[in-house]
Each structure stands twice: as C-alpha cells, then as structure tokens.
Design a protein. Sequence first.
Length: 154
Amino acid sequence: MVEGYDKHFTFDELTDSTSFPKLVKQNRIDAMIFVNSGKRLSKLLGSIRTIWNKSINATSGFRNSKLNLAVGSKAKNSSHQRFEASDLLPPEGMSLNDFFNGIIKAFKDGLLPDLRKVIREDHRGICHVEVKMKANEQTLFYTTNDNIKFKEVK
C-alpha cells in the first residue's frame, strides 16, 4: 500500500491489469519511479469523482512499456508510462459524451486546475485524462473514433 493516493484511486488500482495479470507485479515495481506523478493523478481522479459524487472506474493508469505494448497502445511516448494518465469509464447511467462535457465544464468552472488533457475515445467508451505536471501547461480537449484521427474541442 502506497500512501498519498485518493481513497477511490489507489496505487494498487492504478497499476493493476485484469487483462494481463502476469505483468502486474513488474508494472507496480516500475511505477514506484513515478509515484509522485501517480499521487497527482490520483488526486485529479478523486476530484473528477467528487463532481458527480458517483463511482467512476479507472480501466488503466500506469503502464510500463511491456504492459503498454500488451494493451495495444501505439503511442511511443504514452503518458501512461509516466503515471500521468488514466482511462475512465463514465459513472453508471451517464453517457460518455455527458461525462466528457462535464469534465470540460468542471475545468472551465475552475474545479480541475490540474487537468492537462481529456480525450473522449468513442471506439473504446472511455475518457483518457492526463494530469498537469507543470503549472503553465495548456489544457486540451479531443475526441476520436479510432485513436488515429483526433478532433480538438474548444
């Protein structure tokens, strides 16, 4: 158990893989290098959960290079590999679009100042969220149907 994580988004949850359980032990060892960015990410996810006061499931958090390859990521510089990203399912009963738009609204209302990026991945039914690691980073919003072509949302 690693301290400093949101109670709803723990180190163990954010470094797990139900699809590739044999890779989890090494993934957790490798994640320790990025434990501080993991804490920042966990707190951001906790803030997102608080907005709706509903359970939100993280399907992916930190992924070392081996797990990143196993899940089929084509990103050569994936923010998951630095513990700066998580993939989230919308709360039960909420559409992916409403979840995505709610995150954007919460950011614009000043509730998520550490949000760096949100990608609504329609083909996977998730929102990929990233945490800022520097105060001056720009926040960006995208949608994609195939993880190849991205459309920026203003």
